[in-house]
Write a protein that binds this ligand. Structure first.
Ligand SMILES: C[S@@+](CC[C@H](N)C(=O)[O-])C[C@H]1O[C@@H](n2cnc3c(N)ncnc32)[C@H](O)[C@@H]1O
Ligand SMILES: [Zn+2]
Length: 278
């Protein structure tokens, strides 16, 4: 009981220390965080810090297709080291002491590791409560928020960097949230992303390869200065990791499609897009 209570208290303490980085998602007013863990604006909209130390700031109920099971598999895959090169690259664009928002942060491992490497302070936001609960359970230095990017609970010009890793983006909102000279750092799959898996699942269909051209073009339209960096890693797989790899996306491969899959190694191939807006 004590442990559960103290995790909530830790979450409250962290959110109180950073309350100026939060705003009301209903009316955009500034909020205060009370010692009791109530986040409230002057118009009496309020949100309570949960016992796991995160806060749900959604303005409406949301049905997520991302399950607890999916986030557990994602965490296992992320902890295997498969995305270490990606995380290292992202951290290299973030300065010590920066304030970073991870949009669509999922179970939080990317953000926690990137903050650790760069010396930044991180806030993670995701629509899926199951992901945020996992994040808050494991990572205590970052603030974790259930929320919708379309109605985000942050004031304008709050962040030095915005991460957007394999998640949907909202560029107008990102521009509002960035400090002057801040950066959006977006990760999109490139042609050979999970290619060994695609080859077996989608042989000879158009899904076998993947083009990010449209996403990259939209990013280039949204920002004034854009850099692009390819990160490619191929890693040997232990047999235990294979089911987690299949389970970590909601794209829904059916069981009968995946039962014959054998994978000895897997490739992560992504483009990192770094954009500034002046
Ligand atoms: C493929 S997952 C990626 C999660 C994490 N970035 C990672 O790489 O492990 C996409 C995430 O985006 C979140 N998401 C989708 N739409 C969102 C929105 N409007 N606001 C916040 N999060 C959103 C989903 O809930 C999901 O966790
Ligand atoms: Zn309000």
């Amino acid at each position: 009981m004590n442990g559960v209570l103290s995790r909530r208290a830790e979450g409250i303490q962290l959110l109180r220390a950073h309350e100026e980085k939060l705003s009301c998602p209903h009316c955009a007013q500034q909020v205060t965080v009370s010692e009791e863990g109530r986040i409230a604006c002057e118009n009496n909209h309020s949100f309570d810090v949960a016992k796991q130390g995160y806060v749900n700031m959604l303005t409406h109920a949301v049905q997520s297709m991302y399950t607890k099971d999916l986030f557990t598999s994602r965490k296992t895959v992320l902890e295997s080291g498969l995305y270490d090169d990606v995380q290292r690259t992202l951290a290299s664009y973030i300065e010590n002491g920066a304030v970073v928002l991870d949009t669509g942060c999922g179970e939080g491992t990317h953000l926690a590791r990137i903050c650790e490497k760069s010396g930044a302070f991180g806030i993670g936001i995701d629509l899926a409560k199951e992901g945020i609960i996992e994040a808050a359970r494991h990572y205590k230095k970052e603030a974790w928020i259930v929320g919708d990017l379309a109605k985000s609970p942050f004031p304008a010009a709050t962040f030095d960097a915005i991460l957007n890793i394999l998640s949907p983006a909202n560029y107008d909102e990102f521009k509002r949230l960035l400090k002057p000279n801040g950066r959006v750092i977006k990760v999109v799959p490139a042609e050979r992303y999970l290619t060994e898996l695609r080859q077996q699942l989608f042989a000879d269909s158009e899904k076998e390869s993947y083009s990010n051209a449209q996403t990259v073009a939209r990013f280039n339209e949204a920002f004034t200065h854009v850099e692009q960096q390819r990160v490619t890693t191929t890693m040997a797989l232990t047999p235990e990791l294979v089911p987690h790899l299949l389970n970590m996306t909601p794209m829904g491969w059916h069981r009968d499609e995946t039962k014959d899959i054998t994978l000895s190694h897997i490739t992560i191939d992504v483009d990192v897009l770094i954009g500034t807006y002046k």
